[in-house]
Design a protein around this ligand. Sequence first.
Ligand code: PEP
Length: 263
Amino acid sequence: MPDEKTRIPIVAGNWKMFKTAGEAQAFAEKLLPQLGDLSGVEAVIAPPFTALDRLGRALGGSGVALAAQNVNAEAGGAHTGEISVEMLGELGCQYAIVGHSERRVMYGERSDGVAIKARQLQNAGICPIVCVGETLEEREAERTLEVVQSALTASLAEVKAGDGTEFVVAYEPVWAIGTGRTATPEIAQEVHAFIRATLRAQFGAVAESVRIQYGGSVKPDNIATLMAQPDIDGALVGGASLDPDSLAKLIHLAAEASKPGAS
Ligand code: PEP
């Protein structure tokens, strides 16, 4: 089994429905001078669709990757208000978040639809970041592992896994998103290890190379202890990614955590 810290950590900012295109450009102008050498970490920003073009241009050549927050499962057609994988690819998206709990809870997304989105993205050369996580009620009913396993297996039912780089999993306990309540590193590690075991059962040894991000109130003051856990390979960050100084710190701390001997 390869050393788990050979996986390059991935820190992705999910801006949700915040920032206009102009604000996104101004953000990039403040962020980029703080980044320097990005070896040892992968940095990603997922702005609203309307800011993808402008942010992509502002980030061009910096090494910070562009991501979408969602995509339609269909390749094209009469889907008013929707965006296809081809449209994302043309804008230079390298990643797209699918199955975020806000989409599952507020917009009725289900894992079978997430699976099709993930496959479509892969076919277009865009890496899906597939989100799973339990609600507070599910955790309190001791159903966390069952819920995570079922969402994960169904959401990944159509993806290919070759060398482990084809998709990223984000474990985001719903009770920790935007609440300021972070899972302890031990709680997060328990679920991450379970997710890796589930991936091993579904895809075999390649599971050791798949990156599993933690998401839920990650901030500069808690990312290092989370990243020190053997199966936590990065973070999907909402609120703390909206400030360029904070995102720069998160990226640097994740890079530090990946250095030999850091954990
Ligand atoms: C998220 O949007 O996926 C998220 C984890 O948000 P926050 O960091 O604000 O909890």
